[in-house]
Design a protein around this ligand. Structure first.
Ligand SMILES: *Cc1c(COP(=O)(O)O)cnc(C)c1O
Length: 394
């Protein structure tokens, strides 16, 4: 039988830290939405990333929803959002019946193009419309041009939300992603760099961070007013992380650096071993950006011998997980009625796969493959993946 290789799977500590904190929650009967694990896990995230305030929630998506609400986004409001990302980045905009405008990526970082963002501000500014928030993503652990994006948001006095779901541990000039804007979100879903089986964290860095934190805690625990009876003046949510789940996170924080190290090792292994294949290029890295290398992602030349689908199929045949690059949200049927801002013109001719799309985000999707980047992979596993890929070039 062929040995299965995961794309990215949960990896608990060898020392059993997580079990210890879960057991403690059981022993003390702190099993619900309060307790030591929660308090410690929230503090660990603040200490690690430098966030002013942190709130542990049931998912990264819930954290994004709370970030949008905390930024004041409501019905009919405009939100500028990176197109190249997972749908969970943008779904909460629709939960609030606000209007997303998708922004193209740039090829240096694969993330939001600051020039396209400026273009969006100009276009909507002419119609007298200013967005209530901007959402930038640090996709695959690659830091966006975050100083530039933050500067543009500041100039227009619009709150910036960073989707750092995939980039815990990624820094830019030593500063952690998720802390350049007003809000940041982290995910602890099963495939992320550390996991709590499912969960998220909201990072708050506004001037009134303490007040915003209070408000998020209120909304995420059913919006109960201070009264003897259940009094509700706002819509609430059941988004709080449990003390058991936080125990897993508390243990995982002790191995975060180890996981990042292994992710970087995997990336460098691929980069070295596949260096001879000139049709393959790797996701960008810069000196200033310390990338957590959550997934190792490659791009294939359009004019090359091998297409991305061939690599994906060849790996699949050997029971090795892999994935295309995220399909941009402006190309998703569910978001087809929303605007998309790009520096590039649409094509005159349409292609059966990409339509008339000529965006940077679309190109990254079309040319990309996410290679297995599971921290449990051995050198033999990595060698197996590389040899399958190399064999396609004969
Ligand atoms: C995983 C992910 C999310 C959502 O996080 P969940 O914890 O799964 O809800 C949001 N954005 C991006 C970019 C992600 O990769």
């Amino acid at each position: 039988m062929k040995q299965h290789i995961f794309l990215a799977s949960p990896h608990m500590s060898e020392e059993g830290f997580e079990q210890k904190y879960i057991q403690k929650a059981f022993d003390t009967n702190w099993l619900a939405a309060a307790g030591e694990n929660l308090a410690v896990f929230e503090r660990q995230l603040a200490d690690k990333t430098g966030a002013k305030r942190t709130v542990a929630l049931s998912s990264g998506t819930a954290a994004m929803h709370m970030a949008l609400k905390a930024a004041g986004v409501g019905q009919g409001d405009l939100v500028f959002c990176q197109s190249l990302t997972f749908s969970a980045t943008a779904n909460p905009i629709l939960y609030e019946k606000a209007e997303p405008v998708f922004i193209d990526s740039e090829s240096d970082t694969w993330n939001m193009d600051p020039e396209a963002l400026e273009l969006a501000f100009e276009k909507y500014g002419r119609a007298g419309r200013i967005p209530k928030a901007v959402i930038v993503v640090h996709l695959y652990g690659i830091c966006a041009k975050i100083e530039k994006v933050a500067e543009i948001c500041k100039k227009h006095q619009v709150p910036l939300i960073e989707d750092a779901a995939e980039s815990l541990g990624t820094t830019f000039r030593g500063k952690h992603t998720g802390n350049f804007g007003d809000y940041g979100i982290v995910s602890f879903n099963g495939n992320k760099i550390i996991t709590t089986s499912g969960g998220g964290m909201l990072l708050i860095n506004t001037e009134n961070a303490e007040e915003r934190e209070k408000k998020v805690r209120f909304w995420s625990t059913q919006a109960r007013e201070a009264a003897r009876w259940y009094q509700h003046e706002e819509i609430g949510y059941n988004y709080r992380m449990s003390n058991i789940v936080a125990g897993i996170g508390r243990g995982q924080m002790q191995v975060l650096e180890k996981r990042i190290e292994k992710k970087k090792y995997i990336f460098n292994y691929y980069k070295t071993q596949l260096a001879d294949l000139k049709e393959i290029s790797f996701m960008p890295q810069t000196d200033a950006n310390e990338n957590n290398c959550w997934l190792s992602v490659i791009q294939l030349d359009d004019s090359g011998k091998v297409r991305p689908l061939e690599i994906m199929k060849a790996l699949e045949l050997e029971d090795i997980e892999n994935r295309p690059v995220w399909k941009p949200l402006h190309l998703q049927p569910v978001f087809q009625n929303y605007d998309f801002i790009s520096l590039r013109e649409k094509l005159a001719v349409t292609d059966p796969f990409m339509g008339a799309d000529n965006s940077v985000a679309g190109e990254l999707f079309r040319k990309g493959v996410c290679l297995p980047s599971d921290t449990k992979m051995t050198d033999e596993d990595l060698a197996r993946v590389c040899s399958i890929i190399k064999s396609l070039w004969g």
